[in-house]
Design a protein. Structure first.
Length: 136
């Protein structure tokens, strides 16, 4: 039996394979942590509203595969009174903007926006007017 032309493997081959596997595992752990936070974190109270305005067309970016999972986990968060994640996704894609969180802190709103935009969504944050503003 003849050996393949690349035998023996080049020096450092196993180290490269191990490094790539470790990087994939770290990415998977980070993504799983994002899902857990969406599912379990109770958002701090504030004056901001986070609205999912649209779903971008698929560009082939692997992060975009996470958007439905992120929305499903966000919908499971008992602190946010949301319908099923697939309903949110479908409504945002076909009907119009969907409110995801109201009365949350600026920090939470920005973090949620960044996470959803990473996964292929377009998100808008609005600030509720302070008491006494707009009334004259």
């Amino acid at each position: 039996m003849d050996r393949p032309p690349y035998w023996p493997p080049p020096p450092g081959w196993q180290a490269k394979v191990d490094r790539e596997a470790a990087e994939r595992a770290a990415t998977e752990r980070a993504n799983e942590e994002k899902l857990r936070i969406m599912r379990e974190e109770s958002p701090p109270e504030g004056i901001y509203t986070v609205t999912l305005t649209s779903i971008r067309n698929a560009t082939g970016d692997p992060a975009e595969e996470w958007l439905p999972d992120l929305l499903l986990n966000l919908a499971q968060n008992p602190a946010l009174d949301l319908p099923d994640g697939q309903v949110i996704f479908d409504r945002a894609a076909h009907i119009g903007p969907q409110t995801l969180a109201t009365g949350v802190s600026e920090e939470y709103a920005i973090r949620l926006k960044k996470t959803l935009e990473w996964a292929g969504a377009t998100v808008k944050i609005t600030e509720a007017p302070a008491l006494g503003e707009g009334s004259a």
